[in-house]
Design a protein around this ligand. Structure first.
Ligand code: NAG
Ligand code: NAG
Ligand code: CA
Length: 214
């Protein structure tokens, strides 16, 4: 469990602790030596805790056993939420803006596990076109690839399709994951960051943001 998860779970424990303290003080329920609670009071406290736990668990229904939530229509993996959109935009930069408008950014893929998860999402959302989905990788002026958080791709996880990145025509500066016509799923390719109108349906996109803890 990560730090945010711990904080959430700690908060739950704290709420229960405060509840017990408050209830016991309100009723003046300690026996003479102040170490034991009377049985009837104990039962009352437990009943109250159950009631409040029910409210808490109703509020966190979306979490399914974990201490964190993704908004509806987003998919959870690790500490992130992912949003896939089909036929989104011909321009990588517009795809990025779209993600940012949702408090996210284009996805950064750091492991084969994450790549497999996203490849699975291309199946779930039926991303069939070879144009696939834009993600958060771009070639910068030094001719090297960087993730949008500034991490150089070099010596990190990569999943290029065969013969890629080929920088075809010398202007393929943006990264995408191919759709299901290119098997196996999950292969990366470099594409021009701005495709002509004739390319519709356009590449989709995948956004990523951190799980939210309430
Ligand atoms: C991807 O899907 C396969 C088949 O449904 C499943 O076994 C696997 O656990 C999934 N991988 C990830 C990383 O989600
Ligand atoms: C893709 O999006 C464009 C522009 O929004 C739209 O005109 C076109 O019909 C869409 N194509 C498909 C297959 O959804
Ligand atoms: Ca290419």
């Amino acid at each position: 469990m990560n730090a945010k998860g711990l904080i959430f779970c700690f908060t739950v424990v704290l709420v229960i602790f405060l509840l017990v303290t408050e209830t016991t003080q309100a009723h003046g329920v300690f026996t003479k030596d102040k170490s034991c609670l009377r049985r009837d009071v104990k039962e009352e406290i437990i009943k109250e805790i159950r009631k409040r736990l029910d409210i808490l668990s109703a509020k966190s229904e979306c979490c399914e056993g974990a201490c964190g939530c993704c908004p509806p229509r987003w998919d959870k993996h690790g500490d992130s939420c992912y949003y896939v959109e089909k036929n989104a935009t011909s321009k990588w930069q517009d795809a990025r803006k779209r993600c940012q408008n949702m408090g996210a950014d284009l996805a950064i893929i750091t492991s084969s596990d994450e790549n497999r998860f996203i490849a699975n999402l291309t199946k779930k959302y039926k991303i069939t076109s070879g144009l696939g989905i834009w993600f958060g990788l771009q070639r910068l002026a030094d001719n090297k690839f960087y993730w949008i958080d500034g991490t150089p791709l070099e010596s990190h996880f990569q999943a290029w399709g065969q013969g890629q990145p080929d920088n075809s025509g010398g202007r393929e500066n943006c990264g995408h994951m191919r759709g299901l016509v290119d098997q196996p799923p999950g292969q990366w390719n470099d594409l021009p960051c701005s495709l002509g109108a004739g390319y519709a349906p356009y590449p989709g996109l995948i956004c990523e943001k951190s799980i939210s803890y309430f």
